[in-house]
Write a protein that binds this ligand. Structure first.
Ligand SMILES: NC(=O)c1ccc[n+]([C@@H]2O[C@H](COP(=O)([O-])OP(=O)(O)OC[C@H]3O[C@@H](n4cnc5c(N)ncnc54)[C@H](O)[C@@H]3O)[C@@H](O)[C@H]2O)c1
Length: 254
């Protein structure tokens, strides 16, 4: 799909879930992937399962020193960075009046400040080579809203704003910046949520899935994490050189 094979790709939060599927898709595309995650052990293990062109490394996207150290390491190993996928995320559900302030801060730090920090330290290398692809994993919650997800919805809307702004700033440097808005993907993040919703309503997880998560979706099924990986490969390809500042839903229709 792209002529730029063997690029250096960073995927954050890639130890499992959607991030892992994105890393796998880039490996299949012929690229080299650095999988940064809070969970070093799982990142290393997951990278190992993808072969020699994947490396797992420690990264806390919410911590500037950790981000700087991580980027320095990638540059020292690989010389430059071609593709950045900001994927790391987490969920917490609570009424706004009960939402713990430390949870709010953590979620904004991971899902909004994190993508800002990675972008800030990666863009100079992309500008130097006049080539780059930045892909931010937002959510359908970046255009819709659901009750009890004030921090998540705010961070996911925010990262769309970051995407649009950086796309304008880097437009003359061969860099594109886009967001993907996944729908409901079967990962730990969603399964934990589903268990909580089912318990609260006294219904099964399957019933909670249709009542709370798929009620607004056309296809009435989970989106596969590989379908998010495929969208990332497209946005990072030469075929998508004219696509920038966009937020693309891969959601089954939401
Ligand atoms: N699963 C879904 O239905 C869904 C839908 C829309 C958007 N998303 C988004 O996709 C992304 C991945 O979600 P997922 O469902 O795969 O979640 P997940 O919980 O399965 O995986 C998240 C990964 O991020 C890592 N992580 C968390 N905090 C981090 C930090 N500070 N620094 C580095 N890594 C960190 C975790 O260790 C984990 O490996 C998130 O941004 C999420 O909001 C998920």
């Amino acid at each position: 799909m792209t002529e730029n094979t063997q690029r250096t790709v960073i995927v954050t939060g890639a130890a499992r879930g959607i991030g892992f599927a994105i890393a796998e898709a880039f490996i299949k595309n012929g690229d080299y992937v650095v999988m940064g995650d809070l969970n070093l052990e799982q990142a290393v293990e997951s990278a190992k399962s993808l072969g020699d062109h994947a490396k797992g490394d420690q990264l806390n996207v919410a911590d500037e020193e950790s981000v700087k150290h991580f980027i320095d390491q990638v540059i020292s190993d690989r010389g430059t960075i071609h593709v950045l996928v900001n994927n790391a995320g987490l969920q917490h559900i609570d009424k706004v009046e009960d939402f713990p302030v430390d949870k709010w801060n953590q979620m904004i730090n991971v899902m909004l400040t994190g993508p800002f920090l990675l972008t800030k330290y990666v863009v100079p290398f992309m500008k130097k080579q006049q080539y780059g692809r930045i892909i931010n994993i937002s959510s359908v919650q970046g255009k819709l809203a659901s009750p009890f997800k004030s921090a998540y919805v705010s961070a996911k809307h925010g990262v769309v704003g970051l995407t649009r702004t950086v796309a304008i700033e880097t437009a003359n440097d061969g860099i594109t910046v886009n967001a993907i808005m996944p729908g409901v993907v079967k990962t730990e993040l969603v399964m934990k949520q589903l268990a909580g919703l089912a318990k609260e309503d006294g219904i099964t997880e399957q019933e909670a899935l249709y009542k709370h998560l798929l009620n607004r979706q056309h296809l009435k099924r989970f989106v596969e994490s590989s379908e998010i990986g495929a969208a990332a490969i497209y946005l990072a390809s030469d075929d998508a050189a004219a696509v920038t500042g966009e937020a693309i839903s891969v959601s089954g229709g939401m």
